[in-house]
Design a binder for this molecule. Structure first.
Ligand code: SF4
Length: 288
C-alpha cells in the first residue's frame, strides 16, 4: 500500500491560537508541525503533553493525542503514557516557569529514568501567562513585575544541569530560526531516550521584541564552528558555561543508554522467567 505523505497542515488544529502577535511560540509550533510531518508520524501515533502557561497551550494546536495537563507535571504524565503505550511518539512541552520551577523535581527524575520522550521547553525567561513575573531563567538584574529594582537571583542553567544529570540528547534552539529548530526536534524524536530541547522563544509582551535581537547577536551555531563534537562531554560542558554567547544546536548527543521502557521490559522478562508468584493473589498475601 502506498504510504500517505503527511504535511505540516495535517498536524494543525482548528483551535484559535491566542498567543500575542510576535510571540516566539509560533515558531516552535511551526517547527513541531514540520518535524512530525517530515518524520511521517501519523497523528494517531503522536502524543503531546504540556503543563500550564502560555506555551503549554501548544497541546491544543497539534493534531495528536493532546493533554494540556497541570502545572509542572507534564513529564510524569507523559512518562506514564509512554510506558503504557510504547508505540506512541511522545512530545512534552512547556515553559521555563512550568518546567524549571514547579516542575524541577520531575525534570531531575525524568533524566534519571530516561523515558523515551522529547521535552521541548519554550524558554522566554519570564512568566508570561500570569503577566510578567520573574522566572528561574530570568537574568540577574533584570526588571520584571516582581523584581522592580532588578532580579537579585542568578538564573538557572538548564543545559548544564541536564548534562550533569546524565541526559544523552541536549540541544538549544531559537524560535526565530524555524528551519534549524525543526532539525533539532527531529533529532530529538529519533533519539532513543530522554531528549531536552531548550528553545529561546521570546515573550514580546513582557520582555520586548529586542529579545529576538539579543539571541541573533549572541547566538553561536555550534555546527558552524567546525571543530565542535557533540559527543564530547567536556566540549558540551564548556558550551553550557559560556557567559556572553548562547550555544545553538546539538550541545550533547550520545547513544547507548537504556531507556526506561527497556529497563521495564527486562525486569518483566526476569520476573516471568523466575515465576516468583503464581498469580497476583500470592503477591498480595505477602503483605498480610
Ligand atoms: Fe507569548 Fe508572552 Fe504573549 Fe505569553 S504573554 S503569548 S509568552 S508574548
Amino acid at each position: 500500500m502506498e504510504k500517505v505523505k503527511l504535511t505540516a497542515k495535517d498536524y494543525k488544529t482548528k483551535i484559535p491560537i491566542v498567543w500575542c502577535p510576535g510571540c516566539g511560540d509560533f515558531g516552535v509550533l511551526a517547527a513541531i508541525h514540520q518535524a512530525v510531518a517530515d518524520l511521517a508520524i501519523p497523528p494517531e501515533k503522536l502524543g503531546v503533553v504540556s503543563g500550564i502557561g502560555c506555551s503549554s497551550r501548544i497541546a491544543g494546536y497539534i493534531n495528536a493525542y493532546g493533554f494540556n495537563s497541570i502545572h509542572g507535571r507534564p513529564l510524569p504524565i507523559a512518562t506514564g503514557a509512554k510506558v503504557a503505550n510504547p508505540e506512541l511518539t511522545m512530545l512534552v512541552a512547556g515553559g521555563d516557569g512550568d518546567g524549571y520551577s514547579i516542575g524541577m523535581g520531575h525534570f531531575v527524575h525524568a533524566i534519571r529514568r530516561n523515558p523515551d520522550l522529547t521535552y521541548i521547553v519554550m524558554d522566554n525567561r519570564i512568566y508570561g501567562l500570569t503577566k510578567g513575573q520573574v522566572s528561574p531563567t530570568t537574568p540577574e538584574g533584570d526588571v520584571t513585575k516582581t523584581t522592580p529594582s532588578g532580579n537579585p537571583e542568578r538564573p538557572l542553567n538548564p543545559l548544564a544541569l541536564a548534562l550533569e544529570l546524565g541526559a544523552t540528547y541536549i540541544a538549544q534552539g531559537f524560535s526565530g530560526n524555524v528551519k534549524h529548530l525543526k532539525e533539532l526536534i527531529k533529532k530529538g524524536i529519533e533519539h532513543k531516550g530522554f531528549s531536552l530541547i531548550n528553545v529561546l522563544s521570546p515573550c514580546v509582551t513582557f520582555r520586548g521584541k529586542q529579545e529576538y535581537d539579543y539571541v541573533r547577536q549572541h547566538g553561536v551555531y555550534l555546527d558552524e564552528l567546525g571543530d565542535y563534537d557533540p559527543s564530547d562531554w567536556n566540549k558540551a560542558h564548556e558550551a553550557t558555561q559560556w557567559r556572553d554567547k548562547l550555544p545553538i544546536g546539538v550541545i550533547y548527543h550520545v547513544h547507548g543508554r537504556k531507556t526506561l521502557g527497556d529497563e521495564i521490559a527486562e525486569v518483566q522478562a526476569k520476573a516471568r522467567a523466575k515465576k516468583v508468584y503464581k498469580d497476583v493473589r500470592e503477591l498480595i498475601d505477602t503483605f498480610r
